[in-house]
Design a protein around this ligand. Sequence first.
Ligand code: FES
Ligand code: FES
Length: 178
Amino acid sequence: MINFQLNNSPVEVDIDPDTPLLWVVRDHFKLKGSKFGCGMGLCGACTMHLNGEAVRTCTLPISAVQGAVITSIEGLGTPDNLHPLQQAWVEHSVPQCGYCQSGQLMSASALLAKNPNPSDDDIVTAMNGNICRCGTYSKIKSAIKSVSKSGAAAMRNKESMVETFDPATANLKREANS
Ligand code: FES
Ligand code: FES
């Protein structure tokens, strides 16, 4: 019997210990958001969190998660209470076909949990193993930036300013929005 936490609930399974976590989550617990892409740890479609780290679950045997805390995309947010990244994904119209996106979100959320203000290079490095055949990379980067501390601060500054047109000088003025 293997015991672990899945999306904040204690669970146990009696299964071949070599079974990859991805199939346990999808087939045993019927949580289908995490996808099978390559089955070789190369594409990132199956990414979940193991003790907060983004891991490829298609090659992770269930025996390796004994006592661990696992989060799948179903544990990241809910339709009524989206994770900030999920909200940003909507606002930036990130998904195309959508197949890779749960893995992208799990890698991005692990990054921001550790590094709330990542540089462009940090984002590229963290997201490097998540392949998107629809080429949504630039939108993913923009969405992550918008949720990062600097992105959120920039948004707050933008929202707190109003632009007015001064006919005397024919200039746009930016003022604090009271
Ligand atoms: S399906 Fe796991 S990395 Fe591709
Ligand atoms: S959105 Fe289609 S593979 Fe990424």
